[in-house]
Design a protein around this ligand. Structure first.
Ligand SMILES: *Cc1c(COP(=O)(O)O)cnc(C)c1O
Length: 463
């Protein structure tokens, strides 16, 4: 006869059994009860759903092992480090930028002790959290003033609310982007209380289109980086300087949402569509905003730089409190920005830029080191092959960077099964599938992570 709900023992009677009592003595009564509730709850749903289900031998050692595994799982947090072998250097699902050691120690220092976050040490009076990084951002971008919020999406929303709420925003049809499910520019403009005036066409927008659309109600001309797509062929967009001149003449504000802003020229690494923030401000853009955790290589943050009067109005806006940056991110951002100044070389010190700029020969060497170690294990077929990595984080998908990957196959496992097994290691390894094969891209992996990859393969072999 198939088991029924009546065959499920009570928690208390399980606790009274010697096998479970031993677990409770080793761990704790509370954790054991929680694990038993979890296990019996799953069995109950299985029975109720009518699925074929076998009940375990509740008095046996195997059941005690299941309880221990459930307790261990509850002790492990769901959020943990993984190895990014996808080849996408700034992977939003994998938490974007890896932080520099100096940024990590800054977070540690500020997290472990009280800080002068909002205390002016000279006067002993209340200070502003914005003061800590403003001068640094101005120095690196040439901006008059700057302010930092929680992320770039918040930066766009706050900026539009403060400059255009209740009035209209003129934007090109070719730039009305969606960055990810919940960030669609037309929706953000609507949320800010402004009205969107679309101008031009999908492929061509001229300065005259903007000029014709400006009326007494217009507050802002909005330019945005098209980030994750590109219109090619018969296209036109106004030069930034021309748009800036128009905005100045007609006394409206020119705002540019850059997404992944860069502070130094990265065109030598194939990133020709990433204008440097300082150049954008020099061209006359009033306000520019960009992410802290994309190409900048820092923590999640939204940096807004530009005209002093506009930045002052952002700082005073009621929404500011809701989108303000926290002290840990602020500390990490400050430390990251310092790596862009002497005596440091950001291409060496900022991990995102180091991954992007490391010579192909180094990437290949790492691939061979991993391949050799994997061959020693004798469980997988391995080959090192040249491939293409990507910057990610909204930087153009076609701007690929030469890379090397280790192609791995395990006898008896499909590519999808191997990917799933790699995700189950103590340190999950996230690769990618290309033409039916599992690739571990070495451009987004660091040397220090190779032992963790080997451990994960050992774990798979021992299952
Ligand atoms: C990524 C991006 C954003 C959002 O930035 P977050 O820091 O993720 O909030 C906004 N605009 C553009 C153009 C982007 O590329």
């Amino acid at each position: 006869m198939p088991p029924s709900l009546r065959d499920l023992p009570q928690i208390q009677s399980l606790l009274d059994q010697p096998n479970v009592a031993q677990v409770a003595a080793r761990y704790s009564h509370g954790e054991t009860v929680a694990a038993l509730r979890d296990i019996t709850g799953q069995l109950r749903s299985a029975l109720l759903s009518g699925r074929d289900c076998e009940l375990p031998d509740f008095a046996g050692n195997l059941f005690a092992d299941t309880v221990v595994a459930a307790i261990e799982a509850m002790r492990t947090s769901s959020l943990r480090p993984v190895v990014n072998a996808t080849g996408i250097i700034i992977h939003t699902n994998l938490g974007r930028a890896r932080l520099a050691p100096s940024a990590l120690s800054a977070m540690q220092a500020v997290g472990a002790a009280p800080t002068n976050l909002e205390l002016n040490l000279d006067t002993g009076k209340r200070g502003s959290r914005h003061d800590h990084v403003e001068a640094l951002i101005c120095d690196l971008t040439g901006a008059e003033a700057a302010v930092v919020v929680n992320n770039c999406a918040a930066a766009v929303l706050l900026s539009l609310m403060a400059t255009a709420g209740g009035r209209s925003v003129v934007a090109s049809r070719g730039e009305l982007i969606e960055i990810g499910g919940s960030f669609r520019l037309p929706d953000v403009i609507a949320q800010s209380g402004a009205t969107l005036r679309e101008v031009g066409t999908t492929n061509k927008t001229r300065v005259s289109d903007y000029a014709d659309a400006i009326d007494a109600d217009t507050a802002v001309l909005l330019k945005s980086h098209t980030s994750n797509f590109k219109i090619v062929g018969f296209t036109a967009a106004p030069a930034r300087g021309d748009l800036a001149q128009l905005a100045a003449e007609r006394e409206v504000i020119l705002i540019e949402d850059l997404g992944s802003g860069v502070l130094i020229d990265l065109s030598a690494f194939g990133l020709t569509d990433e204008p440097v923030v300082a150049d954008i401000l020099k061209a006359g853009v009033d306000l520019v905003m960009f992410s802290g955790d994309k190409l900048l290589g820092g923590p999640q943050a939204g940096i807004i730089a530009g005209r002093r009067d506009i930045i002052a109005s952002l700082k005073a806006h009621p929404l500011m409190r809701a989108v303000r940056i926290d002290k840990l991110s602020l500390a990490a951002l400050d430390a990251t920005l310092r790596l862009y100044r002497a005596p440091f070389d950001p291409l060496k010190e900022v991990p995102v830029l180091a991954a992007l700029s490391q010579p192909l020969a180094r990437v290949k060497e790492r691939g061979h080191a991993l391949a050799d170690d994997l061959r020693q294990l004798g469980i997988a077929d391995v080959a090192v092959q040249q491939t293409a990595a990507f910057v990610g984080g909204g930087t153009l998908p076609e701007q690929d960077i030469p890379s090397f990957a280790v192609c791995v196959a395990l006898p008896g496992l499909s590519a999808h099964q191997l990917m799933a097994a790699l995700r189950q290691g103590d340190t999950p390894v996230i690769g990618r599938i290309e033409r039916g094969e599992v690739l571990l891209d070495m451009r987004s992996v660091s040397d220090a992570e190779l032992p963790a990859i080997i451990r994960t393969f050992k774990h798979i072999a021992n299952r």
